[in-house]
Design a protein around this ligand. Structure first.
Ligand SMILES: C[S@@+](CC[C@H](N)C(=O)[O-])C[C@H]1O[C@@H](n2cnc3c(N)ncnc32)[C@H](O)[C@@H]1O
Length: 315
């Protein structure tokens, strides 16, 4: 692919992070390094950035591409952002001025047939961001029973035909295991050919692929842990910017920011606060930003993006 991964809402991310020269920045999802590069440019000449990705191949690629230009201003770690609370301080980033999460997967991963993320790219159904950990998608399809698969497709894919697809998978695997993205996509096209009704037509397997990817990578749990750790790391005045691509992610981000704006977690019937928690964030975007029609035309992957930004206040 000529352009690799085009960073989504790149100008807006930089505006919202407002990275200053000399500041310490965190990119929790380096991917192709597009946002990383822009943040490092904005922090010229002496800002530093810690970049994380669960996918070691992404870290290696960005290291090759950006190291010659930014030298030791760029610190890279192959790590899951759910481990941010330990990884960041160990890398010298115990307090940061900005933190970015650009969720989901990159165009590199989607196009790589070895990874099994893409309906069209095909390949073995793996879908792990970090192929050295966890269980590949094919194993979930081989071992979960119909009720468990139904629940998974409903919960993480909001798939209306979850039960029908789950039953078909259990039937099909009696003959032969489902091993590739092509096999799974063809089965879904056969048993549930009409994707959910909506404004745009998506491949009927899109929601099941999303559900499997979220389950394989425990994405929603990782997001909750990563956001909490990032808020702990932010200095007062530091910015948190999150780009999400579907409602399950965005709901977590929205609720997280709302809870951190509220602070107190005491139930309403308690007359005086006993939890002692103070508000830690204030909203920067009200309520969120989405890409322009021109950006979506140039980069269709941006179409479902939603950016939320908040600023750390002294707690
Ligand atoms: C949308 S891409 C990021 C693209 C990047 N902002 C750019 O401009 O090129 C998302 C990246 O996050 C990584 N990722 C997803 N979940 C992760 C997690 N829990 N911890 C670390 N990296 C994660 C994926 O491996 C992928 O490379």
């Amino acid at each position: 692919m000529k352009d690799g991964h085009l960073p989504v809402l790149a100008a807006e991310v930089v505006t919202m992070l407002a990275p200053a020269p000399g500041s310490l920045q965190l990119d929790a999802t380096v991917g192709g390094g597009g946002h990383t590069e822009r943040i490092l440019e904005a922090t010229d000449p002496d800002g530093h950035l810690l970049g994380l990705d669960a996918d070691g191949a992404a870290i290696a690629r960005v290291d090759r591409r950006l190291r010659p230009r930014f030298g030791d201003r760029l610190v890279l770690r192959s790590a899951n952002f759910r481990e941010l609370a330990t990884v960041a301080p160990a890398a010298g980033f115990a307090a940061v001025d900005g933190a970015l999460f650009d969720l989901g997967l990159s165009s590199f991963q989607l196009a790589d047939a070895e990874r099994g993320f893409g309906i069209r790219a095909g390949g073995p159904l793996d879908m792990r961001f970090d192929p050295s950990r966890g269980v590949p998608a094919a194993e979930l399809l081989a071992t979960l029973d119909a009720a468990e698969l139904t629940a998974l497709f409903r919960r993480f894919g909001e798939e209306p035909q979850a039960a029908r697809i789950a039953r078909a998978i259990v039937d099909a695997r009696r003959t032969a295991p489902l091993r590739t993205a092509e096999e799974l996509a063809a089965l879904i096209e056969r048993v549930a050919p009409h994707g959910p009704r909506g404004r745009r037509r998506i491949h009927p397997a899109t929601r099941v692929f999303q559900a499997l990817r979220i389950a394989v990578n425990e994405e929603l749990d990782a997001l909750e842990a990563g956001l909490a750790a990032a808020a702990d790391l932010l200095r007062p005045g530091g910015r948190l910017v999150v780009l999400s691509y579907h409602s399950l992610e965005d709901r977590i981000v929205k609720r997280f920011i709302a809870a951190e704006r509220r602070g107190c977690t005491c139930p309403p019937e308690v007359p005086v606060c006993v939890c002692g928690r103070n508000p830690r964030l204030r909203l920067v975007t009200r309520p969120s930003l989405t890409p322009s029609a021109a950006e979506i035309a140039a980069n269709p992957r941006a179409r479902s993006a939603r950016l939320r930004a908040a600023e750390r206040i002294a707690a």
